[in-house]
Design a binder for this molecule. Sequence first.
Ligand SMILES: [Zn+2]
Length: 426
Amino acid sequence: MNLFIIIFTQIYKIMKKSLFNIFIIFILLFKIPSEKAKIIGEESFPVFKEDFTLKKYGFNKSDFEIENEKIKKRENLSIILSKKGISVNTIDKIVEKCKGVFDLRTMRIGRNYSFFTSNDEKELKHFVYEISKTKYVIFDLKDSLDVKTFERKTNKVLKTASGIIESSLWNSMKAKGLNTILATELSEIYAWSIDFFRLEKGDYYKIIYEELQLKETNEVVGIGEIKTVQFQHKKEDFFAFSYLQDGIESFFDEEGLSLKKPFLKAPLKFGTVTSGYSKRRYHPVLKRIKAHLGTDYGAPRGTPIMSTGDGIVTKASYGKANGRYVKIRHSGTYQTQYLHMSKFAKGIKKGVYVKQGDVIGYVGSTGLATGPHVCYRFWKNGRQVDSRKQKFPKSKKVKAKDLNDFIKHKNISLEKLNNIFIKDFS
Ligand SMILES: [Zn+2]
């Protein structure tokens, strides 16, 4: 950027008398690669609705002639300002003033900007660029050449949303014209209980949330906090009630238990670790060095094996090495696997939903095993990691002193959910 301005200034000084040379300068201007001020990406922001307010960006509309524009391809601050006749020297000073206030590299094609020319002196006074729908930056083009960022004031308006899953949560929300940020938020709220990659047709959701609207124009600019959610998945209801406790707002289920659940430390209530996770281990059956990507818990044959988290059984089958084993998908991130079972627990098969602590099978020594044990394997993002080295959030619940208040809050929220009508059902 600075190099560009220096070159520009030098050429300008040498050739400023000739119109033809100025033409050359403009050709150069588009040819010089200017990494710093390059405008990347293309985004379109909806044009603000016609508003009848008296002020724009805090300026009295009656005092100025206002030109509204959008950033075009290959435009950057210096190009935009020089087109308005602002000197290279001044532009350089403005660029200097931006340091630590506004990063010029973040200017994007399609975003709004405005020039403010005073009515009395007919002088170009301010340049305003919209960083986002709620943030903008004002450049003073006279005197101080100050650069300052501002935030628009917003109102939080309580809204409801609902829908039935046809293919994905994302598609359902898009089809209903909802902000898809809601889908992302839901997948985070339920990260420990629902696998949003495996939703089923007929699953449905009801959401009570805050919508952010600009105070000046009521234009919707985003999503505030999510208050209550009912998500029905595989005919089972998953509730999320946002509740403030000790100054922290977090989500609890209908029993007042936090939705963020750590995994159980081990799949057995009792038992001892007989072999840990290791990239190099002498295999007792194969009699050679081999990676051991799980933790072995030795226990008598028939000891119940529990699922360490809520999830869906993706495999309940037999393998030559694994023996009888179960694999459970907990979320898009986590999966667990339990090997060498003597038998599966009743009803455990592919597609079944299990809760944390549910018995899924019994200790045995099927497959490559010297004695009865369960080999517990922990998958994170498709890779087997050491379950005992994972850090999980502590499980919280609503404190005893707040429980009555929580139940009241829950009942009011449930009533609100009942009043949400799912249009797709009609
Ligand atoms: Zn093992």
